[in-house]
Design a protein around this ligand. Structure first.
Ligand code: SF4
Length: 461
């Protein structure tokens, strides 16, 4: 439950010493409440106040950190029901299922898939982070060998889908430094598996077919000292899974029911045999409100849209996504290639650069920093007019990359062409299409052949 600045202020020393970087304790309290400061910045806060503040300000859904071979994956920690209220904090981890009875070739393919499906979009790396290893062989040695391979051959976090004590112990020891998730503790095996999780300091999934049962299990685990808990309502059809996810989130957030304040796990791979349907169910679970989504397999055609949907849902709705300002070469441009400019709203960048790529014509695309605003919005805000475009083009260095002096501006700011000619003497301002989809026809009919391009002044006779 987030505390207000005034509530936090009551716990601070109130000496206004300024050591935390702001002049008063009240200002520091306000910064803490806004999430712009860390409690550790005040060296004088008492241990008692610190504990109280940490307890009181803990998110209603506990964040759980999953160890991977690279950056740890944090799930949970959510504070709102709807993205527009603030933002969703931690994107759910996506897992591929691998069984220890699969053929070596199939296991190879799946382990490779974890590394293979990596995409870059809006300067972000999109990829799945987890493997879910299923114990089906009945042979702890075989299962441990699979866990070892998953640890060595991937950087993924590991979920051990195993309720057998021997199988679990062998596999956990084979990948112990990856701190595998024990999936799952149930009413019937809690006494056997919980001590192992405590001993090895592992996160656990608790499973019960009803919400009261889940609360009962988390209560017992918390009393035993296990804090990193993930909830599985046991639902394996989309309707029940969705209603459970919503109920768990609402109980944790609206009713402040701490025993259900944990991230959840969903298994779309066990809800259908149809890969497309599975992807659709997974997208529902990403939106509402799974912390981990376990898929039966990774396929590029369904995984990529899922990764993009996840990225979009977990971006901050108050901050437009922006591409870094600069010159972007597309299709291997040279000194005769067209030069076009647009804003740095990421969606605009991706659409325009994608359309230019599709023309197969080499080009230089200049991206001007408009603070993530689209062309018309940036223009209306005075961030994409003749003055600032002219200044950017001059300092961008594009004049040293091309022989000609022609630049294409978006059709929506055609009215800036006169001003730009004044700002960029010697440059010819070409007004491009309004819609990115018309770039191909525009370039084909408007970009002059190489022999017609005007040479730079330094090369002019
Ligand atoms: Fe107050 Fe602590 Fe900041 Fe000093 S360091 S002003 S005591 S909050």
């Amino acid at each position: 439950m987030a505390l207000s600045g005034i509530e936090i202020f009551k716990y601070l020393p109130r000496t206004n010493c300024g050591k935390c970087g702001v002049p008063t304790c009240l200002a520091f309290a306000m910064s803490l409440a806004a999430g712009k400061a860390e409690l550790v910045s005040c060296p004088f806060i008492t241990a008692e106040s610190k504990t109280k503040l940490e307890e009181a300000s803990a998110p209603p859904i506990r964040p759980v950190t999953i160890i991977t071979g690279g950056k740890p994956l944090k799930v949970g920690g959510e504070t709102v029901l709807f993205r527009h209220e603030k933002r969703f904090e931690n994107p759910p981890g996506l897992a591929i299922t691998i069984s220890d009875v699969m053929s070596n070739e199939e296991i190879d393919r799946r382990l490779q898939a974890v590394k293979y499906y990596t995409y870059t979009r809006v300067s972000a790396t999109l990829r799945p982070e987890l493997v879910a290893l299923k114990y089906q062989s009945g042979n702890p040695g075989t299962y441990a060998a699979l866990a070892k391979r998953a640890k060595i051959e991937t950087e993924a976090g590991i979920i051990l889908l195993c309720e057998d004590v021997d199988g679990f112990l062998c596999a956990a020891e084979a990948c112990l430094d990856r701190k595998p998730i024990l999936c799952a503790i149930t009413e019937s095996n809690l006494d056997l598996l919980a001590p192992i999780a405590i001993d090895l300091k592992l996160p656990v999934v608790v499973r019960s077919n009803n919400i009261d049962g889940l609360a009962g299990l988390t209560d017992r685990l918390v009393k035993l000292g296990i804090k990193d808990i993930i909830l599985d309502s046991g639902a394996r059809n989309v309707k029940k899974a969705l209603s459970d996810q919503v109920a768990l989130r609402r109980l944790a957030l609206l009713k402040k029911f701490r025993l259900l304040g944990y991230p959840t796990i969903a298994f779309p791979g066990e809800m259908t045999d149809d890969p497309l349907k599975e992807a659709l169910i997974a997208s529902v679970m990403v939106a509402k409100y799974a912390g981990i989504v376990v898929l039966s397999d990774f396929r590029g055609e369904t995984l990529f849209p899922l990764l993009v949907a996840r990225m979009n849902l977990f971006s901050d709705p108050q901050r437009p996504q922006a591409t870094v300002e600069g010159i972007y070469p597309i299709n291997g441009p040279d000194e005769n290639s067209p030069v076009a400019i647009t804003c740095n709203f990421s969606l605009t960048y991706f659409i325009v650069s994608g359309e230019i790529e599709n023309t197969r014509m080499p080009a230089h695309l200049l991206i001007k920093d408009t603070e993530g605003l689209s062309v018309m919005t940036a223009w209306a805000a005075g961030k994409f007019g003749a003055d600032n475009i002219g200044g950017f083009v001059k300092k961008s260095g594009i004049d040293s990359l091309v022989k000609h002096r022609k630049i294409i501006i978006p059709g929506y700011i055609a009215q800036e062409s006169g001003g730009l000619e004044e700002q960029l003497p010697g440059w010819e301002i070409l007004v491009g299409p309004r819609e990115a989809s018309h770039i191909l026809s525009y370039l084909k009919s408007n970009w002059p052949a190489e022999k017609d391009l005007k040479p730079s002044r330094s090369e002019a006779p």
